[in-house]
Design a protein around this ligand. Structure first.
Ligand SMILES: [Mg+2]
Length: 212
């Protein structure tokens, strides 16, 4: 497996949004139950293209995803645990970069702004491509060297161009690739934290031989 050179400067890393920053599958499962009376267990979602793994009419799947694309705020799309805290820390060191396959920028910009505040989002870079393919072109244009995505095909494409792709572990990507992975936002934070900071002890706990 490819090793990641650490620490990564936050200005060098970009993020996919759905299922990386946003807990889109939680919202998908919740809306399926609330709006369509369909119960889905998280472990049933074993493919990025959910039509492939769920025996649900594709038109209904589209009807569940549409409100999350058009109005993620109103439909209570939630961030992944610790994502906001880590992104706020990164934003204090460099502008944030997001590249999403979502077709419309405005709704997801409003969602990010509600989470992170206008000051952080004023400096942030957000690309809504409207396509799952071609993220590499934007990554190169934005001058970042690392990208985190839950779609392993995207990550493999990025890695094929000599950049560092990190797969955000999800049931639909596990054991399907040989790339570095992260499982949560605390691991992402650790990737960008200089080692001496990760290992440092709070001053109050450091005792010496002459400590009382
Ligand atoms: Mg995604």
């Amino acid at each position: 497996m490819q090793q990641i050179q650490q620490p990564i400067h936050p200005g060098q890393i970009g993020f996919d949004i759905d299922c990386v920053v946003a807990d889109t599958m939680e919202a998908f499962i919740r809306l399926a139950e609330q709006e369509h009376n369909i119960a889905i267990a998280p472990e049933e979602i074993t493919d990025f293209i959910v039509e492939k793994c769920l025996a649900i009419d594709p038109a209904i799947i589209e009807a569940i995803f549409l409100p999350l694309l058009e109005d993620p705020l109103q439909n209570n799309l939630r961030p992944m645990p610790h994502a906001v805290m880590v992104l706020e820390k990164f934003a204090s060191r460099a502008p944030l970069t997001f590249i999403t396959a979502r077709p419309d920028r405005a709704p997801i910009h409003a969602w990010l702004e509600a989470l992170l505040g206008p000051r952080i989002m004023k400096d942030a870079r957000l690309v809504a491509m409207g396509d799952h393919n071609g993220k590499i072109d934007h990554i190169k244009e934005l001058g970042i060297s690392h990208f985190i995505d839950d779609r392993f095909e995207t990550c493999e494409m990025i890695a094929a161009h000599g950049l560092t792709a990190i797969v955000y572990n999800q049931p639909w990507n596990t054991k399907r690739h040989c790339l570095p992975t992260v499982t949560n936002w605390l691991e992402i934070e650790a990737l960008c934290t200089p080692e001496h900071k990760q290992c440092s002890q709070p001053a109050a706990l450091i005792k010496t031989a002459v400590s009382p």
